[in-house]
Design a binder for this molecule. Sequence first.
Ligand code: ZN
Length: 189
Amino acid sequence: MLILLICESKNFQRKIPLPERCFKPKIKGMKKILFSAEYLSYPDEKALNSNDAELLAEAKKALKTSYSPYSKFKVGAAVLLENGEIVHGSNQENAAFPVTICAERNAAFAAAVRFPGVTISAVAITVETQTKGLHKPVPPCGSCRQVLLEYELRQEKDIKLILQGDSGEVYTVSSLKDILPLLFDASFL
Ligand SMILES: [Zn+2]
């Protein structure tokens, strides 16, 4: 979908695509910085290459271990390591809601403990809703993006994400940096 913004001038109006939004700095030296990011969309898992499809299938298997009695929103994740190992994770909820942990964070932490120092190549994330009617990919929450970014920066190698809802459309993202702009990292410490 192309989002248009109407820019008004004295005597005319024109439609401008979102990345070129009108910007009139009111203060000298003020700038507007635009982010750009990309991800790929596939109609379903059958359109993926075999490696990505297999990792997504592993994430589906991980759904079985989800403990989600409160949200009824099962999430499964599978981390592929450079040594070929795959580590599962699932969301683990708690009656004290804030201590609940997400599937992809569980999987990343488990991988780091079981295979310390081994590079993460990709993470697949999927869900199972009660109605099984969620056909759009579910991206990681902000906290999980930050956690996965830490591993990506530490290993100096991008982590690919493969995302799907109950079924249908799949997104692939080639780096955490694409979905976490204006990021916070160790350079600030
Ligand atoms: Zn999360």
